[in-house]
Design a protein around this ligand. Structure first.
Ligand code: NDP
Length: 256
């Protein structure tokens, strides 16, 4: 017997669900019957994404203004989502930023902005969502890592530290929360076509072609390809999988 891949009637909170990979994930979830809360700073962009979901799928979707850099705002956002939907079944920590610099050139403020958005922010979301998952007796947490969860890069000391950290955080959370029937996994995207990488492709000469040459699949990935993996990790079909980081990278991380 195959497991249950459906998300019908589930409630997902997706940080940064208003664009790029996050938007592909919320649409993937909605197409499987999941209700959606999009948590991000740009409320107008979130409202548009939520409206599109309500228009295209038979589910509810709400935008919730939230800045991961402010602990109280995260708590407030989670409270709003729980009061609207009565619970949160799935949390996707997708929001992320990057500042590319040589390590010696970072100011402490820049370092903190990257670490606090990508790692500390994910921790706060998990902590705030935990009571709801514990109360319902199940939950799924999906953290979005990166190839930088595995590799290093000269201009990526802050981003790499945050993404290495998120993978280790995933493992510890998986161990701690298995007893509550909460599975915690990470997705490690390879090079994906989004706003974030559009900028990198302008800033870094040759990146576009180098990625194609270095990736066994011979192309950049599309956000929807991350969504496929996220749907699986959010569904009961993955109930015996916890604490892992799954590369979705066209083979980038296994090529010598
Ligand atoms: P985008 O820049 O398109 O999206 C980033 C999202 O993060 C935005 O929706 C933004 O929303 C949100 N965000 C940023 N800062 C904050 C904050 N302080 N509080 C709340 N939300 C915030 O990037 P991608 O879609 O490309 O990336 C999504 C995730 O995937 C990131 O974690 C990234 O590191 C990871 N990733 C991406 C890869 C790629 O190739 N694209 C490769 C590997 C990993 P708003 O501005 O409204 O707050």
């Amino acid at each position: 017997m195959l497991g249950d891949f459906s998300l019908k009637g589930k409630v997902a909170m997706v940080t940064g669900g208003n664009g790029g990979i996050g938007k592909a994930i919320v649409r993937g979830f909605a197409s499987m019957g999941c209700h959606i809360a999009i948590a991000a700073r740009n409320q107008e962009k979130s409202e548009i994404a939520a409206e599109e979901i309500r228009r295209d799928f038979d589910v509810d979707a709400i935008p919730v203004k939230m800045d991961l850099l402010h602990e109280d705002k995260v708590a407030e956002a989670v409270k709003k989502i729980v009061s609207h939907f009565s619970r949160i079944d799935i949390l996707v920590n997708n929001s992320g930023i990057n500042i590319r610099k040589m390590p010696q050139d970072y100011s402490v403020e820049e370092w903190d902005a990257v670490l606090n958005t990508n790692l500390r922010g994910a921790f706060i979301c998990c902590r705030e969502v935990f009571p709801s998952m514990k109360a319902t007796g199940r939950g799924k947490v999906i953290n979005i890592g990166s190839m930088l969860s595995i590799f290093g890069g000269a201009l990526l000391a802050a981003y790499g530290s945050s993404k290495g950290g998120i993978l280790q955080f995933t493992k510890s959370l998986a161990v701690a929360w298995a007893r509550y029937n909460i599975q915690v996994n990470a997705i490690l995207p390879g090079y994906i076509n989004t706003e974030l990488t559009k900028m990198a492709r302008v800033e870094i000469t040759g990146l576009e072609q180098n990625v194609i040459a270095r990736t066994p699949a011979g192309r950049w990935g599309e956000p929807e390809e991350l969504a496929n993996c996220a749907v699986f990790l959010a569904s009961p079909a993955s109930d015996f999988i916890t604490g892992v980081g799954i590369p979705v990278d066209g083979g980038y991380s296994v090529q010598m």
